[in-house]
Design a protein around this ligand. Structure first.
Ligand code: SAH
Length: 344
């Protein structure tokens, strides 16, 4: 294990079999060693800074039916909402006053059309020209992504969810693995800072599929990568599946940091949900981004991808305060800059 972790930290390519050995061989010593190496790698690029992004959950309406997700089309128990452009701009306004210089617009698919997204992005960029806009709104055509880029969007998050075709099909009825990958390559080619990612412990995931995820990250070389534990949602077909663990998520964060030392790597809300100090553990193991919630208080509880989601009751200002204290408690410091990737 030690040799493989050393090899990763020397920035060398690993085979699928080596990645699989790293995943299946996880133990407390290996995890501690990987975390130490990942921490060094991160500090060499980003020092002790942790970037914040204001997350705005713009709609929980979705045309897709992903088996794991609480806002899937088939969930009739979900109270649906869609924020208006004015409400979204209001969230940016509040966030900007609180010091945020990056806004992430996330939501279900098929509500906001590409041209509406473009108008919104233009408006945000004209009002807050010092801020970066990240979109996380699912799959579109190449030309629609190109229009969003021209409108001024800086980054796009689209988790690949799993790099294994069969596993992908078992999580996503009526979605297409090849189209997901096409989207990611288009985004990259168009010049977005592009983020992929996956859930840890999703039903059907194995050391083999995780090895493919790590190999994909090595080859695709994304600017960002979002990973968090799978957490079941009671009104989905995966209600009775078991959740991913904090330990494995934190270990994988370290490995991803070592694969790409300058990657932007969030300690996600799901990680903070599965373990009360999950985000702190994630930061110690190599994560360098946190995403406080800027959505209006009234909708936060409705954007429920999984059960038990934290931070649904706090004002945005309280959310930052709480996260800053958490980040400082483990010796790091929040950075209120745009937080672009630092090129190697
Ligand atoms: N529609 C957008 C945003 C999806 S929600 C898109 O397709 O990119 C953001 C992420 O939440 C998903 O990519 C998924 O990995 C994660 N997610 C969904 N349901 C989850 C669950 N039950 N547990 C943990 N993470 C979940």
């Amino acid at each position: 294990m030690r040799e493989l972790i050393e090899k990763l930290s020397e920035n060398r390519s690993l085979s699928l079999a080596e990645y699989e050995a790293l995943v299946s061989g996880m133990n407390p010593e290996a995890a501690a060693f990987a975390a130490k190496k990942a921490d060094e790698a991160r500090r060499a690029v980003y020092g002790n800074k942790v970037y914040i992004r204001g997350l705005i959950e713009i709609s929980n309406v979705c045309r897709n039916n992903c088996f794991y997700c609480g806002i899937r089309r088939g969930n009739t128990e979900c109270a649906r909402y869609t924020l208006t452009p004015d409400e979204i701009l209001g969230c940016c306004e509040e966030g900007h006053a609180l010091g945020f210089r990056t806004f992430v617009l996330q939501g279900g698919e098929g509500v906001y059309k590409a041209d509406e997204i473009c108008s919104l992005v233009k408006e945000i960029k004209s009002r807050f020209s010092d801020s970066a806009v990240t979109l996380s709104l699912g799959e579109f055509s190449h030309d629609e992504y190109a229009a969003m880029k021209s409108a001024g969007a800086d980054r796009y998050l689209l988790r690949h969810e799993t790099a294994d075709r069969e596993h992908y099909a078992s999580l996503h009825p009526d979605m297409d693995f090849d189209n997901r990958m096409r989207c990611l390559y288009d985004l990259k080619k168009l010049g977005f800072q592009t983020g992929c990612g996956f859930m840890v412990g999703s039903p059907g995931q194995t050391a083999k599929t995780l090895a493919k995820d790590l190999k994909f990250i090595e080859e695709f070389s994304p600017e960002m990568c979002g990973i968090g534990p799978f957490i079941p949602h009671k009104d989905t077909p995966f209600a009775n599946e078991s959740a991913g663990t904090c330990e494995q998520t934190v270990y994988l964060l370290s490995l991803i940091r070592l694969i790409k030392p300058n990657i932007l790597l969030p300690a996600t809300t799901a990680l903070g949900t599965i373990d009360p100090s999950g985000r702190e553990k994630g930061i110690l193991a190599g994560a360098n981004v946190v995403m406080p919630n800027l959505s209006p208080l009234g909708v936060r509880d409705k954007y429920k991808l999984y059960d038990g989601k934290i931070c649904t009751g706090d004002e945005s200002a309280q959310c930052i305060k709480c996260l800053s204290l958490r980040v400082e408690s483990v010796g790091f410091e929040i950075s209120f800059t745009r937080g672009d990737i630092i090129k190697e």
